[in-house]
Design a protein around this ligand. Structure first.
Ligand code: HEC
Length: 97
């Protein structure tokens, strides 16, 4: 019985973790994007473009262009690779803000 409860506990921890790690909002915050682009991608510093409300497809393309170097910016060329696999989730979150 104890073993079953233990397995259930681990399983529920893992599944809640993977749900959280998969959301665009959590990725945006965990990767430090909000530190420059503001909470919800609403930037109040002109050096850092606001991302809130922008077109999701366009945002995905920017992240991929920063990854490949098609779009050049030292900061974003370093940041964008960390979004690999989560581009769409982050873009969907930002465009809904
Ligand atoms: C250290 C500050 C900093 C961090 C952290 C940062 N960015 Fe940026 N980001 C910038 C700057 C500066 C630009 C503008 C680059 C340029 O002029 O081409 C930019 C541009 C962008 C753009 C293009 C927006 C536009 O209007 O052209 C996107 C999308 C973006 N960042 C997403 C992200 C995501 C997602 C993260 C987290 C993985 C992130 N950024 C982390 C500074 C940052």
């Amino acid at each position: 019985m104890k073993k079953v409860l233990f397995v259930v506990a681990i399983f529920s921890m893992l599944s809640s973790y993977s749900v959280q790690a998969g959301t665009g909002e959590d990725m945006f915050n965990a990767l430090g994007c909000a530190g420059c682009h503001g909470v919800g991608g609403k930037s109040s510093i002109s050096t850092y473009p606001s991302l809130a409300g922008k077109d999701a497809d366009w945002l995905v393309q920017q992240l991929k262009d920063f990854q490949t170097g098609t779009r050049q910016d030292p900061t974003m060329n370093a940041m964008a690779p960390m979004t690999a696999g989560f581009e769409q989730a982050i873009a969907d979150y930002l465009s809904s803000q």
